[in-house]
Ligand binder design. Sequence first.
Ligand SMILES: Cc1cc2nc3c(=O)[nH]c(=O)nc-3n(C[C@H](O)[C@H](O)[C@H](O)COP(=O)(O)OP(=O)(O)OC[C@H]3O[C@@H](n4cnc5c(N)ncnc54)[C@H](O)[C@@H]3O)c2cc1C
Length: 568
Amino acid sequence: MNRQQIIEHYRQQPEVSVLIIGAGINGIGTFRDLALQGVDVLLVDKADFCSASSAASSRQAHGGLRYLEHGDFRLVSESLHERNRLLRNAPHAVELLQTTIPVFHWFSGLLNAPLKFLGLLQRPSERGYLVVKLGMMFYDWFTRNDRATPTHQMLNRQQALERHSKLNPAIIGAASYYDCLMPQAERIAVELVLDAEATSEKAHALNYCAVVSGGGDSVTLRDETTGETFSVKPKLVINAGGAWIDFVNRSMQRPTRYIGGTKGSHIVVDHPELARVVNGSSIFFENIDGRLAIFMPFRDKVIIGATDLRCDDPDEAVCSDEEIDYFLQFSKHILPEMQVERSQIVFHFSGVRPLPSSDVAFVGLVTRDHSVVEVAPDAAVHFPIYSLVGGKWTTYRALSAQTTDKALTFLGRSRQQSTENLPIGGGKDYPRKADAREGWLKLMSGRSGVPMARLADLFERYGTRAEAVARFIAAGADAPLNGLPSYSRREIMFLAANERVEHVDDLLLRRSWIAMLGLVNGAALVAIAEAAGEALGWSAEQVQAEIARTRDLLMTRNGVPAERLRVG
Ligand SMILES: Cc1cc2nc3c(=O)[nH]c(=O)nc-3n(C[C@H](O)[C@H](O)[C@H](O)COP(=O)(O)OP(=O)(O)OC[C@H]3O[C@@H](n4cnc5c(N)ncnc54)[C@H](O)[C@@H]3O)c2cc1C
């Protein structure tokens, strides 16, 4: 069903077993899981799929080494297993990430964990060699029976400086280990939505559809593309509103105070020298103010992040000038010879971590664990509400399974299928070995007539979904995009027509990594808007309105310079 058909369906028949509010990764994961169990379920988000916190993460699928000193052993163990599952189930969108932790002292930080246990730790002290080594051993031990990444190695000073030539020479050594990077995390999320809808005729998802109020037996939704409202009558509501959870509950007459969100921002820099020093590994370190920070390889660019600041209004989260100044400064501690200039920033992004409310002094100490909190029905609101509090991108599947099991018990149903080993989107039938990949590319190139080199690009972007993209491309006259020749007009048309696109920014920011990689320019913006318009039947005025909307968004939310986006 298309968008209009879904809305019409609920106008005719407002009863639905489960309404999920919020299509970040946690709402989407739960949607897919419930769809697989045959439950009729509606997922709504006031904006695009995976556009809030879930689009603002550092893109690591990781265990979270530092949670060990918080005593969160269960969380680290669960995260590592989920990291491995992500790597197995979405091999097209998750890759191994070698990580270096430079170390400056031998013994510091030894008391962090016991002090935290006794409630006496206000701010962790720097982690020395022994503490880092201990953490590494735990990390390896948790996955001893489920090894998906190489085990850690401790590097001496010379080995560390050989890997990262301009590291601060004051280091005594470094730890080297593997986690995973999800360079296109947004694609995993969108593919989960598409998989869920393909699985079940009773599962529907609507982006740009906000919850405005709730009470009695119904919830009122507003289609943000038309402004029209309609109501549904759910048996159960799952509030996956992330940092907005309390706002959403309030709109449904439930004044909760579950969330104490913190804003985190990143910048993406075009800095070939820094990219060379980063050398394909992330550098994870502790800044002099005690905050953890990261330099992350991102194709030919480098991501630098992240901040951790209390934030009460998630709608206002944007990377501030002060945060940018902070990022430009902190490279001095770890890479003292390296200068990063404002002019090298091609993109920035920001989001709010949906952390449980807490009054600890140092926000970095708030747990990253998740929970499902229930408000029971009463005379004012007839359905229970489950709020998904906390959590990480990495653990989305585990939180979704926990929520789904609770929902199934409430509905009196049982689980039909597990998501543990279920491939996602373009990760299905994925050829993992080099020769299998070569064979796959040859076969698909032969079938579609799309040249091998082009197919290899599509494969990198979409995994085995590249087959559908290539077939679509081959079915009509295609041409490279003006201003962005590595993409083509029909590739954009495919995404627009098949991936629930409503706006041009959905294409630039979430169906592709064009904007994040700093590839967008005025000519490309026009070409993409025109291709999307052709696929979606937009009028010339709509195309112009989309260009203006996207320019404005990229400049104000993502710091893309106006001159790069000059049109005509
Ligand atoms: C700076 C930063 C770095 C991070 N790094 C990592 C990392 O490297 N690895 C990791 O595993 N995790 C990381 N995380 C954590 C992770 O990104 C989040 O925990 C996770 O994405 C939360 O997902 P969510 O679905 O709960 O929330 P969100 O993605 O925020 O989704 C909530 C959704 O609810 C919608 N919504 C709100 N109000 C309404 C309404 N009235 N009607 C309809 N919809 C509504 C919003 O539009 C939004 O899309 C990071 C987070 C941040 C901010």
